[in-house]
Design a protein around this ligand. Sequence first.
Ligand SMILES: *Cc1c(COP(=O)(O)O)cnc(C)c1O
Length: 362
Amino acid sequence: MRSWAEVYTDLLTGNCEKIYKFSKKDIIAVVKADAYGHDSVIISKTLEKIPFVKILAVATAEEGKILREKGIKKDILVLGGILKDEIEYFNKYSLIPVISDFESLKLVNYLKNKNIHIKFDTGMSRLGFYKKDINKIIDLVKSYEIKIEGLMSHFPSADIDKEFTLKQIEDFKSIVNLFRKNKIYPEYIHIQNSAGLIYKCDFCNLVRVGLVLYGEKPFEDFPLNIKNIMYLKARLISIKNIKKGQKISYCGTFKAKKDMKVGIVSFGYADGLPRAVSNKGYVLIKGKKAYIIGNITMDMTIVDLTDIDAKIGDEVIIIGKSGKEEIKFSDIAKISDTISYEIMCGISKRVKRIEKVKNGTR
Ligand SMILES: *Cc1c(COP(=O)(O)O)cnc(C)c1O
């Protein structure tokens, strides 16, 4: 193999335990977008064995189907809701929709299992009902004999705006109370995403997290010591000497200031290493930083090996630990002016995901 991702499921379990202890709530594990690029089947099979992971959340019915076809039994919540032509999928694969508008609420009538989570918009301005819709929702739910299993809302800025987030929590709490006043007692109440874990939300009983499962902190001084569960690896496929003055890779953006030894790494932007990292990032080889020189190409990246004793075939770490060094998704995200989520989701199909059971750094 030339590029691959090792997914350490013992570290995933460790992260879940830390989240559970810290939040004192059961978990909705968000495994959308192929579990943020980690392989939703590998991830869900591990989560399936953890009793306090109550629900798996995906974005679309299609993602839910993939999990069911691989034998996943836990409840699956579809965050993106339901469209008319997806009703069959919801029935066939026993998926639970998040309902965010009246059009979708009417579709619930066609479900075998009229069991839903209702979402309220308290500030994200994406999916969700408004508080003023509650009476109409309650009327419809009663006339359709729908079971509201969950009430939820979502934080857009829990990492950066405390005042706004606290206001959302208050608003959501008042929404939950209005349902209770109408004698509707949903089993699950949830609003906290990864960044939202730092808020208390005592009236909720689940957290709904993605990023932290995979070991990435939502902001720098996040209080939980979670571990990256993925090692992203490639190999050295060639080594050569470069003379002072020689230009490297497309457009010649790097010009050697001295004679150098360089290595060609079998990982490019088609694997998911953003081209924006060219001439800025580094990879790890035998515990040492090998800086990326010249433009990253589709399938290969050139690195400085001048002070590294390496040979063709050696393993190269794109994400993960080597010796005392570690590269995290957030490091690559920072350099390429984006967020870790986008780097994770950008790991391409060519990169084979391999489950590893034990990492030992838990
Ligand atoms: C993706 C998503 C989450 C998970 O967010 P993280 O920041 O990864 O924890 C939670 N809720 C909803 C509605 C989402 O779309």
